[in-house]
Design a protein. Structure first.
Length: 234
């Protein structure tokens, strides 16, 4: 997706504030209309939009003896990705927004955030608490280290996204600024801030990042990925 498609999707999507409400009282015969109710005549759980529940509660509060409401978003324009359609390992606590793409046998670790329009190639691991910004493109067989930030570029809409090639290994807490291209086979050191394009098979380190050498056999042995971590055993 380009920026204009994403912006249009967000602008035209219905803004939703879904709630989950635990109810007790005299619930038999109540009309829940657009709300989904699961329970019995004295206790149940309601799912639906906040505004619909407000109307329901105002009309039936005399019959409700207990009410506990939970919600985790307000006027949200982008739902989360349907993970049941993803052929990858997604660990608890990862947040992946709709209209992103997760390749086969990827690994998305706890706390990772992947924004709308991002593309993650096959067998790539996104480690803990990593942020992948909107429209970022990451190639196959990569490892993006814990706490790293890949800048997103939804606005301004004419900005170029981050593009990371195949077989790139990035250490913890690295940062890649918007529009940067990192060539295939590169190694980015922990804590590095990449502000300019990096050619293939380069080792880059420092703040700002600079090329310190070319990838050699010693580097490859230290950055070897483990295929079994990406095995879904299906």
């Amino acid at each position: 997706m380009d920026s204009y498609e994403i912006i249009n999707f967000i602008a035209t999507s219905p803004k939703k504030t879904p709630v989950k409400v635990y109810l007790s009282g005299s619930l038999s015969g109540l009309s829940f209309d657009n709300l989904e109710f699961i329970g019995n005549e004295s206790f149940g759980i309601v799912f639906g939009e906040s505004s619909d529940f407000d109307k329901f509660y105002a009309a039936n509060k005399d019959k409700i003896t207990g009410c506990r409401l939970e919600n985790d978003r307000r006027n949200s324009a982008v739902p989360l990705l349907d993970l049941t359609k993803v052929n990858a390992r997604i660990e608890p606590g990862a947040i992946i927004r709709d209209k992103s793409e997760i390749g086969n046998n990827c690994v998305i670790m706890m706390g990772a955030v992947i924004n709308i329009g991002a593309v993650i190639g096959d067998r790539t691991m996104i480690d803990m608490n990593t942020v992948i910004g909107g429209r970022a493109i990451i190639g196959k067989d990569c490892h993006i280290g814990a706490g790293s930030v890949i800048a997103g570029v939804i606005e301004p809409p004419n900005a170029n996204p981050v593009i990371i090639g195949d077989n790139v290994v990035m250490g913890a807490n690295a940062v890649v600024l918007e529009g940067v291209k990192i060539g295939s086979g590169c190694v980015v050191a922990a804590g590095c801030v990449v502000i300019a394009d990096v050619p293939e098979n380069s080792v880059i380190a420092g703040v700002p990042g600079r090329i310190i050498k070319q990838v050699d056999d010693r580097t490859k042995s230290k950055t070897l990925l483990v295929e079994s971590l990406r095995n879904l055993n299906e």
